[in-house]
Design a binder for this molecule. Sequence first.
Ligand code: ADP
Ligand code: MG
Length: 215
Amino acid sequence: MIILIGGEKGGTGKTTLATNLAAMRALAGRDVLLIDTDPQGSSNYWVQSRDEERITPRVACVQKFGKGLPAEVKDLANRYQDIIIDAGGRDSVELRSALVVTEKAYIPIQPSQFDIWTLNQMDELVEAAKGFNPELRAKVIISRSSTNPSVHESDETGKLLADFLNLELANVTIRDRIAYRKAAKDGLAVTELKPKDPKASEEMEILYNEVFGNE
Ligand SMILES: Nc1ncnc2c1ncn2[C@@H]1O[C@H](COP(=O)(O)OP(=O)(O)O)[C@@H](O)[C@H]1O
Ligand SMILES: [Mg+2]
């Protein structure tokens, strides 16, 4: 399966979700490739930390930029069972071209920075990509949400999403938890942290199941 974690805003958790899903997929015994299309190279640094710490299973990662991305991804899809694309935080050629080859696109947004214009633009990008890629499904993930149980940001966002024809709300909210930052530092998924943060692990498991189902 080819999936994309993308969006136009920086700091929403794209790299966090892409790297967690990649490690979890590798732990499930799949041959997975992480493609980092962000010039900041955060996914690539995460893989380097993982290698330096000699964590197994390894996660393969390549950096790719430019318009040639769809052809390269299609070629790589013959060699890997799963491809996870981390597409940088702007309306880039990489984001547009990745949408054309991906089956599922996930767009993390931070509720505190909720910006209707960003999603409007994403809705249009997804619509345009569907012309070439009719099977594309795009879901918004509320990410880095408050851990305060009285805050119901996902309900409010769900209502706003009703206006966008090409965007659905994912069935999980990712909360702002220290565990994500700790795991990132050492090239780990939150599910690999010791001691474990059960809540972070649980929400990543739900996301993993939503993305990969029983594939
Ligand atoms: N759910 C979360 N809880 C806590 N910190 C997070 C979470 N998601 C991301 N972060 C932190 O926020 C910063 C930006 O996240 P990152 O995944 O790099 O975003 P992006 O790739 O969208 O720019 C990083 O320092 C990361 O560790
Ligand atoms: Mg990033």
